[in-house]
Design a protein around this ligand. Structure first.
Ligand SMILES: [Zn+2]
Length: 311
C-alpha cells in the first residue's frame, strides 16, 4: 500500500497530461488502433485460431451453471461471451452504467489512478473479474500519454519487471493483465517475456487486447504454458450506441461460430453510449449466448488453472 502511494506521488507529474490524454483521445486512440488491427487480424489469427481449436475441448457437462438458460437448452453447450471493459480507475464516464449491466463482465483497471483501488474493490464485491489494465508503449504517440506506471521498450529487464509488479500490487483482486495501448510492447519478445513470466509466477494470465496484429503475446503465452487469450472484437471503435449494438451482433456470430468470443469496450468520454449499446446487445443476445467472466472462459476453454511458480 505504502509502495503504491509513493508511486502515485512520484508519477503525479504524468498524471495530468495523462488524464487529459485519456479524457481527450485515448478512448478514440485505443479502439482506433485496434480497429485498424482487427481487419488485419482476421488473416493473422488463422494460425492462432487453429492452435486455439486444438487446445479447445468441449466444455464438461455442468448442470449447476447458467440458471438464466432456456429450459430446453443445456447451458454447457451454449456459446460464451466475455466482455472486458477497459480504462477503469480514473472515474471515467460510463462507470456507473457499466457496473449496472445485468450480466457478468470483466473490469480492467488502470493502476495508480484516483479510483483504481475503489473500482477494483467494487468489481470484486459485485462478483466480477478484475484485470490490471497495464499501460504499455504504443508504436505511435508519446509514452507520457500512457499515464503512470507504463511499461516501455527502452526499460531494462529489471525495470520492466518492477513496473509490472508495482501495477499488480496497486490493483487489488486482479486475476490477470490486459494491455492499455501497447502496440509496440506486444510485438517485443524481450518485454513480453518478462510480463508473461511475472504472470506465470503469480498464477495470472495475460489477455492480448490486440492493438498490434503482429503481437507475439499469444504465441509466447502458449510456449510458457499460459492460455493464449486475445480480444476478438472492439465494441466501440465508433462511439455510438448503435454501432456498439451492431458490434454485439458480430460478437454473437463469432461466439456461435467458435463457441466463445472475447470483446472489449471502454469507459471514457463516450462510456455511457458504449454502456447503452452493450445493454441493448445483451437484451438481444442473452437467449443465444452466455455472458461470463474472463476467468470462466480461460478455465473452460484452455483448461487453465491458476498455479504459482517461483521466480
Ligand atoms: Zn485502455
Amino acid at each position: 500500500m505504502k509502495k503504491g502511494k509513493r508511486m502515485v506521488k512520484r508519477t503525479k507529474k504524468y498524471f495530468y497530461p495523462a488524464a487529459i490524454f485519456i479524457a481527450a483521445t485515448l478512448c478514440t486512440a485505443v479502439p482506433a488502433a485496434g480497429g485498424a488491427g482487427l481487419s488485419e487480424n482476421v488473416h493473422h489469427s488463422a494460425g492462432q485460431k487453429a492452435a486455439a481449436a486444438l487446445l479447445a475441448e468441449p466444455a464438461a457437462p455442468n448442470g449447476g451453471r447458467g440458471s438464466r438458460v432456456q429450459p430446453a437448452e443445456d447451458s454447457a453447450s451454449r456459446s460464451r461471451v466475455a466482455i472486458i471493459i477497459d480504462d477503469f480507475g480514473n472515474g471515467m464516464k460510463g462507470t456507473e452504467e457499466m457496473f449496472a449491466l445485468p450480466v457478468k463482465f470483466t473490469v480492467a483497471v488502470m493502476p495508480f489512478l484516483p479510483t483504481s483501488v475503489k473500482d477494483a474493490t467494487r468489481a470484486h464485491e459485485q462478483g466480477l473479474d478484475v484485470l490490471v489494465h497495464l499501460p504499455m508503449e504504443p508504436r505511435q504517440g508519446k509514452p507520457e500519454w500512457l499515464g503512470p506506471g507504463a511499461v516501455l521498450t527502452r526499460m531494462s529487464d529489471a525495470e520492466v519487471r518492477k513496473s509490472v509488479e508495482a501495477a499488480l500490487d496497486n490493483v487489488p483482486f486482479a486475476i490477470g493483465i490486459n494491455n492499455h495501448m501497447g502496440s509496440r510492447v506486444t510485438g517485443d519478445e524481450r518485454v513480453m517475456g518478462i510480463i508473461l513470466a511475472v504472470c506465470k509466477e503469480r498464477g495470472l494470465f495475460f489477455v492480448d487486447s490486440h492493438t498490434n496484429y503482429r503481437s507475439v503475446a499469444g504465441k509466447m503465452a502458449q510456449e510458457m504454458g499460459l492460455p493464449p487469450v486475445e480480444n476478438h472484437i472492439f465494441l466501440d471503435d465508433v462511439h455510438t450506441s448503435g454501432h456498439v449494438a451492431k458490434q454485439m451482433r458480430l460478437v454473437q456470430e463469432r461466439a456461435l461460430d467458435q463457441k466463445y468470443c472475447v470483446t472489449i469496450g471502454h469507459v471514457g468520454i463516450q462510456g455511457k453510449e458504449t454502456a447503452a449499446g452493450i445493454r441493448s446487445g445483451i437484451a438481444e443476445l442473452k437467449d443465444s449466448v452466455e455472458f461470463v467472466g474472463i476467468s470462466e472462459l480461460v478455465k473452460d476453454q484452455w483448461k487453465w488453472n491458476s498455479s504459482l511458480t517461483l521466480p
